[in-house]
Design a protein around this ligand. Sequence first.
Ligand code: PLP
Length: 367
Amino acid sequence: MIYLDNAATAKPCKEAVEALSHAAENNFGNPSSLHKMGIEAEKLMNEGKSAILKRLSKKDGEIFFTSGATESNNTIIRGVANALCRRGKTIITTAMEHPSVARVMDKLEAEGFNIVRLSPKDAIDNFEEYIADNITPDTILVSVMAVNNENGFITDTKKLYTLVKRQNKDIIVHTDGVQGFCKIPLTGDFISMSGHKVHAFKGIGAFYAAKGTRFLPLIYGGGQQKNLRPGTEPVENIAAFSAAVKAYPEDMSHFELLNQRLREGLAAFSDIRINSLIGKCVPNILNFSVLGVRSEIMLHSLEEREIYVSSGSACSKGKVSSVPDAFGMTDKEADSAIRVSMSHSTGEKDIDELLSGIEAGIKRFRR
Ligand code: PLP
């Protein structure tokens, strides 16, 4: 089996499995309990927060745990909009966002917010400046993903943050950091993360909130996590998330080599369009169109060889994605797009087998 769909979800690493099982056996106390078991569970949770802050290179600020990045994105965007709506009603975002951001924006728009959606295709070489140029006195929030989940396109969040704050330091910057966390540096007043994209488990996410930032909670309950995200904290899942973050390798050169091998292999076939721009995308994701073979046909043809890729974003199954249009792809290119997303256990042999599978798929199905 060759699993090349790590941007959809990544296999839990052994460190995460061990940490989960150890916590379930030994640290199953409620972090709010006053006795020793509670204190130990709280300690484990605080260690998780420290591991995430360290990986983000942050010295201060707060980590909140959630059920996943969908909840993180909803909480931040709505929480900031609700907190700042008296100051302004304009939110700047992009046309390439994950549905967990895009659908919240649609809802806020229906409620009277002014949502500005910018496309990378309109400023591919200076997207950060383009975003900042759209700021108006009414802008309260800028929400942009660090790495696009379908093609790996990077927005330089540090540059964007600096440009936004230079215009108005009170504008809040939210980074959907899901596909960038542990892979590239991330900056923002708020940063969303997801456990299952970094080899922890599904059902755990987090977000970073810079010191002094304000948002209103989405849910109400027992006062946990400063009353801003109440509910008994899933200590076992937090311990696994923390272990996965600590175990995630820093070095991306492995992906660069595999990415190059895949690009070179694809170059030998006719009518391939590479949708992940060289130098602008993370190396662990490569999106390309095999023109003349529909994505789903190629995906299932590869599946017959036990090679698993994606035809786009697994999270938007059955829904038309806005990403191809945001990057100026034609319908033909979008209909034949394949996303390969690697992990540190992907090897050269896997890439070669994928290339053989694509070659066979082209011979069999191209019209
Ligand atoms: N944001 C991005 C960029 C994603 O790729 C995903 C999932 O694919 C999410 C948010 C949602 O994450 P979760 O599955 O943790 O809800």
